[in-house]
Design a protein around this ligand. Structure first.
Ligand SMILES: NC(=O)C1=CN([C@@H]2O[C@H](COP(=O)(O)OP(=O)(O)OC[C@H]3O[C@@H](n4cnc5c(N)ncnc54)[C@H](O)[C@@H]3O)[C@@H](O)[C@H]2O)C=CC1
Ligand SMILES: NCC(=O)COP(=O)(O)O
Length: 337
C-alpha cells in the first residue's frame, strides 16, 4: 500500500496581499501534488478571483463539503468566511485582517485535531489582523500560545539557517530582552530542531554578539561579556559545539556562516537582513520548538505587487516542501540524533 501523503494545510493569509497569488502559483506545479495533499484554508471565491486574474489554467481545486474529508489527488479548498467579502488587491483593510485570522484559527484547530499534518501560512498584515481576538505580533506568537512550548523563529534554506533570540519587539527593548535564560532556551530549541527536524547529529552553532564588535571587550556595552560569553562557555563545557559571540557586521560577508549548521542572532533585523539578502527566494520561515510543524514563505504581503502577477512563488513552494520534509523527519523511526 502507498504510504499516505502528508496533508498540508495552507492558509491564504491576507486576501489583498500576494498570499493567494503565491499559493496558486506554487500549487499549479503538479509535482507538489504527487507528494502532498494540499488543504487551503480561505475561500474559493478568492482563489477563483486570483486564478482568473493570473490567467492560470492548470490550477483546479475541489471545495470541501465535509470537514476532514480531503481528496488526496486534489487541491482542497475549505471556505472559512462568507463570500461577500470584497477583494481589493494591494489595499489593507480590517475585514481582510479578520478573514485571515478566521482561516488561521480554523487551520490550527484542524491541525490540533489531526485532520491535517502540518501548516504553511501565507503572509498576514500584522497591523490589519491585530484585534482583541488576535492580540499578537505575528503567527509565531499566536502559534506558540495556541500549541504551547518554547518556539524559535528559524529562517532556513539549504545553505543557511538563522534563528532569533528576540522576535517582534521594538529595538529599544532588545537589550533587556536578551537574557541568559532566553539565549539558553533558544539554543536548546535550535539544537533539538537541528537534530530532529534536519537530521544533523552533532550540530555546530554560531552565536552572534549583541553590540558592535561583540562589545569590544566591554568597551561598547556589557551584554556580550556578561551574558553571551558565559552561556557559550557553559554550552561548550556541556559538550555542545557552540561558538561565539561573533561580531555580526562582518560575519556573513566573510562567509563564516558556512562553517556552522545554524547561526543564533540576537534580534530580528540582525538575523533576517543577512538571511533575506542571501536566500530571499528559497528561504523559509520555520517555527521550531512547537509540537506541530509550521512554515511560511520568508516575505510579507507585498501590497505593492498584489494583483499584478509579479510575485515570485518560490519561497512559498519551498515552504510547502519544507513542511512536508520536517513532518516526515519527525515521524521517521529514529536513528541516533
Ligand atoms: N509571515 C508573515 O505573515 C509576514 C508578514 N509580514 C507583513 O507583511 C507586510 C509588509 O511587510 P514588508 O516589510 O513590506 O515586507 P514584504 O516582504 O511584504 O515586502 C518587502 C519587499 O519585498 C518584495 N517582495 C515580497 N514578497 C515578494 C515576492 N513573493 N516576490 C517578489 N518580491 C516580493 C516587496 O515587493 C517589497 O519590495 C507587513 O504588514 C508585515 O507585517 C512580513 C513578513 C512576514
Ligand atoms: N519577518 C518575519 C516575520 O515577520 C515572521 O512573522 P510570523 O511568521 O511570526 O507571522
Amino acid at each position: 500500500m502507498q504510504p499516505q501523503k502528508p496533508r498540508i494545510g495552507i492558509t491564504l493569509g491576507d486576501l489583498n496581499g500576494v498570499g493567494p497569488e503565491v499559493v496558486i502559483k506554487a500549487l499549479a506545479d503538479n509535482r507538489l501534488l504527487a507528494m502532498i495533499t494540499p488543504v487551503i484554508y480561505g475561500s474559493a471565491k478568492v482563489i477563483s478571483f486570483y486564478k482568473k486574474q493570473l490567467n492560470i489554467e492548470e490550477f483546479n481545486y475541489t471545495q470541501v463539503r465535509n470537514k476532514g474529508q480531503y481528496a488526496p489527488k486534489s487541491i482542497n479548498v475549505v471556505n472559512c468566511w462568507e463570500d461577500n467579502l470584497e477583494i481589493n488587491p494591494g489595499k489593507a483593510s480590517k475585514e481582510s485582517g479578520k478573514a485571515a485570522f478566521i482561516a488561521l484559527k480554523q487551520a490550527c484547530e484542524e491541525l490540533k485535531e489531526g485532520l491535517i499534518d502540518a501548516l504553511v501560512t501565507a503572509p498576514i498584515d500584522k497591523h490589519s489582523i491585530h484585534s482583541d481576538d488576535f492580540p499578537f505580533k505575528g503567527h509565531t506568537e499566536y502559534l506558540t500560545q495556541f500549541f504551547g512550548g518554547e518556539s524559535l523563529m528559524f529562517m532556513v534554506s539549504d545553505t543557511l539557517r538563522v534563528g532569533l533570540v528576540t522576535e517582534h519587539i521594538p529595538v529599544r527593548e532588545i537589550a533587556t530582552a536578551v537574557t541568559k535564560e532566553r539565549i539558553e532556551a533558544k539554543l536548546k530549541v535550535m539544537d533539538h530542531s537541528l537534530r530532529n527536524d534536519f537530521g544533523i547529529n552533532k550540530p555546530r552553532i554560531a552565536v552572534l554578539g549583541l553590540n558592535p564588535h561583540a562589545g569590544d571587550g566591554g568597551l561598547i556595552g556589557q551584554e556580550d561579556e556578561q551574558l553571551i560569553k558565559p552561556v557559550v562557555s557553559d554550552q561548550k563545557n556541556k559538550g555542545k559545539l557552540v561558538y561565539g559571540p561573533f561580531a555580526s557586521d562582518g560575519f556573513f560577508a566573510t562567509g563564516s556562516h558556512m562553517k556552522y549548521d545554524a547561526v543564533l542572532a540576537m534580534y530580528h533585523d540582525q538575523g533576517l537582513l543577512p538571511f533575506k539578502t542571501l536566500a530571499f527566494e528559497e528561504g523559509v520561515n520555520f517555527t521550531a520548538g512547537l509540537p506541530i510543524v509550521r512554515t511560511s514563505p520568508d516575505h510579507g504581503t507585498a501590497y505593492n505587487l498584489a494583483g499584478k502577477n509579479q510575485a515570485n512563488e518560490s519561497s512559498m513552494r519551498e515552504a510547502v516542501y519544507r513542511a512536508a520534509d520536517i513532518f516526515k523527519s519527525r515521524n521517521e523511526p529514529s536513528t541516533e540524533k
